[in-house]
Design a protein around this ligand. Sequence first.
Ligand code: BGC
Length: 436
Amino acid sequence: MTPMADADDALIARFDAPASALDSIARDLTRQMARGLVGEPSSLKMLQTFTRQPSGRERGRVVVVDWGGTKARAGLVELGGDGAVRMVAEEALTFSEADKRGAPEPVFDLIARAVGRVARAQGVAVAPLAFIYSYPARLERIDRAVALGSTKGWALKGLEGQDVAGLLAAALRRAGLERIRVAAVANDTVATLMLQSYRARGRDAGARPADVGLILGTGTNLAADLGPAGIRNLESGNFDGVAAVEIPYDAALDREVDEPPPGAQRFEKMVSGHYLGEILRRALLDLGPPWRGSSALATPFALDSAHLSRIAADRTAGLDDVDALLRGLGAASTAAERRGVRALGAAIARRAARLVGTALVGTLRFLDGELADRRTIAVDGSLWGGYPGFEALARESLVDLVGGERAARIVTAYVKDSTSAGAAVIAAVAATQRSE
Ligand code: BGC
């Protein structure tokens, strides 16, 4: 073996996440859920959602806003009443880096204007609106959500402490859309969970609803139906019990990224799409030439998880697409070096997937310590859907932690593009709740 390969192997081995370490992480997560629920110190906020499982018979037209990453969407969704959902119209918006660090109002104005274009094109003047705000927020009612710290690189000035549903309502008024009423605000994990339940129960009224909603995209988070305590938004991206598998790259990334601040979103910084490419970039720079010669690779966040997915998907003998990708970043490489990059990327993604499986086990054990019943996890997000074999990697850790028989009772349902459709379900459930 060449010295280069030894260095690669040693580096790759640092991303191992052995079952014993994962087990202690899962147990800590279960404990922190319990503490968060009763208001004791915990890195899990266990936020209330003020919604409940749908019947599957919800119907109607709902204007939706989905804001949760570099993009936002405004749309119009129609619920058929039998688990069916139709996206009638949709418009996507992208934000600049300056938008992410400015005042909140211009961002809400951009969103409101997109709502206006969709509504006018569809001839909608009066409608309920469901707002998916996929950042930490403490709901006080179904239509009031106080922003907590931001995530995923956003840092709007003065947003914290403000009601984001109120800010959207004000922007809608400024856009002349006062008859489009913000009827519900929710997290994306809750939308995913609700959409899966709506579809299942729409087909079969006796079907069990989804137990957990998981997002694994730019950010990560979990929502879970805790029975009497209701559906809760864990904000699991902030889970801090990761020390058993943390390595110096994680500590350095946590220290050096200023939004969200050091100490916050520790779990997210090891598993979600916003960070995995950055972990790879940092590790590559440590491998030395040729990576250090690339000025693109010297730039923080030059690699993202779409790059990681692309690297994993390259099945050619010479890793031709990896070559093209690296050349695009100004780095020429040998085939052996490319194999090293690929193995490193795979190790980073595998650790992320195993940690996600671990968080699921910790959450499900809170619901049912023995994992005796069948459970459904509704999942959405670009990393889960886009990284080749991610689900299989996550399932490996389920088997490691709870054994094959129990792991087989944990069913994952991939609900692609669930946010806007799930938002409509939440607004329809809110309408039923109000009329009761
Ligand atoms: C946010 C969560 C969100 C998750 C997935 C995290 O950064 O804090 O609220 O659910 O990303 O979008």
